[in-house]
Design a protein. Structure first.
Length: 374
């Protein structure tokens, strides 16, 4: 049975170049970058070259890139330090952020009593910029945290515009760019952004490694205390193989960006065409022109099919995800779709299909066959 992986917003397959790079480092370059002997200096040089590569891909300076264990850690760190150390009194975010932001903001509200405002979300899942401007008219030290590409529905935030609006209102701007990095051009010098976050396993790099972009002289303080690694902002011996794997993944992703984006967009359009033919009553959750890697659809199936649809596809070797998280057998509706869909629509099956350049039209055909057999 051919296996079909269409869940690339959850995680992605490693690129062969990444595996090769990491294998070499794991077997040969095991030194601790903080050691002063040749083994350590070798590891340090790999570390700093990786930092330069990451910075170059995003037009940042190397000193603004801080490696973390994942996107979740980087989001937690930035938001917490903004409140604790930068004395932010209010966070403006949206109800469709990833839980790594939403739950952190809620914890900070409980612990520090900060004000939290949620910017309105339009029916197509886009952020209502007019509402953001209204919220920013209040004179209070504010950080705006809005994601670049939504991981469930693929809506895109105009980070350039939001950055300028934040700047005009003296608000800090943080963006979770986990779904965007490696898949679209990001110019951090051109953007008016203070903090951003990325995660390697979303762009064909290894799991357990990510990074934060922290604008120079931000005043951010560490979440953990220990050694002097990452300029004391993120102590702990650096995972050199992971970091080098991430840098390689990013470099290859940007080298192939245009070709892979066109290829993936073609696949997405092919899927939309096939759905129009086979299930004409299907609807797209989110914007019609969302991010190329993600398509979230509401299928015209009866409600009783909702619970078994993923299981049925899985039996056929097809991996997609629902617009909802399944936890210990109970089906919790997606917090993102809950903001956009009616109660009735929410009960119907929604699927998130997410692509990478490793997919083919055959994968789409197999998914359509799988759906037809339900
Ligand atoms: N933010 C977004 C938008 C994501 O999609 C994810 C991954 O699910 C994360 C944050 C968390 O990243 P990580 O798995 O590196 O902690």
């Amino acid at each position: 049975m051919k296996k079909v992986y269409l869940d690339n917003a959850s995680t992605t397959q490693l690129r062969p170049e990444v595996v090769q790079e990491m294998t070499k480092i794991l077997s040969e370059d095991f030194g601790n970058p903080s050691s002063t002997h040749s083994f350590g200096r070798n590891a340090k040089s790999i570390l700093e070259l990786s930092r330069k590569t990451v910075a170059k891909c995003l037009n940042a300076s190397a000193q603004e890139i801080i490696f973390t264990s994942c996107g979740t850690e980087a989001n937690n760190w930035i938001l917490r330090s903004a409140v604790k150390d930068l004395k932010v009194k209010r966070i403006i975010t949206s109800k469709i952020e990833h839980h790594a932001v939403l739950y952190t903001v809620q914890a900070l509200q409980n612990e520090f009593g900060i004000q939290v405002d949620y910017v309105a979300v339009k029916p197509n899942g886009e952020i209502d910029i007019t509402d953001l401007v209204d919220l920013l008219s209040q004179e209070i030290k504010t950080l705006v945290s809005l994601m670049h590409v939504n991981n469930e529905i693929g809506t895109i935030l105009d980070v350039d515009k939001v950055g300028r609006i934040c700047e005009q209102h003296n608000a800090l701007f943080h963006s979770d760019m986990v779904q965007a990095v490696g898949k679209t051009e990001i110019d951090l010098q051109a953007l008016a952004i203070d903090f951003m976050v990325a995660s390697a396993h979303k762009f064909h790099g290894p799991k357990g490694i990510g990074f934060a972009y922290v604008r120079k002289n931000s005043g951010l303080q560490p979440l953990f205390y220990g050694g002097e690694q990452e300029k004391g902002l993120r102590p702990g011996t650096e995972a050199v193989h992971q970091i080098a794997g991430m840098a390689k993944a990013l470099e290859v992703s940007y080298a192939n960006l245009e070709t892979e984006r066109n290829y993936i967009l073609d696949l997405k359009n092919y899927l939309i065409n096939q759905l129009e033919i086979e299930f004409p009553a299907f609807e797209i959750n989110g914007s019609q022109d969302g991010f190329h890697t993600i398509l979230n659809v509401l299928l015209p199936f009866s409600e009783d099919k909702t619970a078994m649809i993923l299981f049925h596809l899985d039996m056929k070797g097809i991996a997609v995800s629902r617009g909802s998280a399944c936890q210990s057998g109970s089906i919790k509706p997606s917090h993102v779709l809950a903001e956009m869909l009616s109660k009735d629509a929410l009960k119907k099956p929604s699927l998130r299909i997410s692509f990478s350049h490793f997919n083919s039209k055959e994968d789409v055909d197999l998914l359509i066959e799988g759906l037809k057999s339900i």
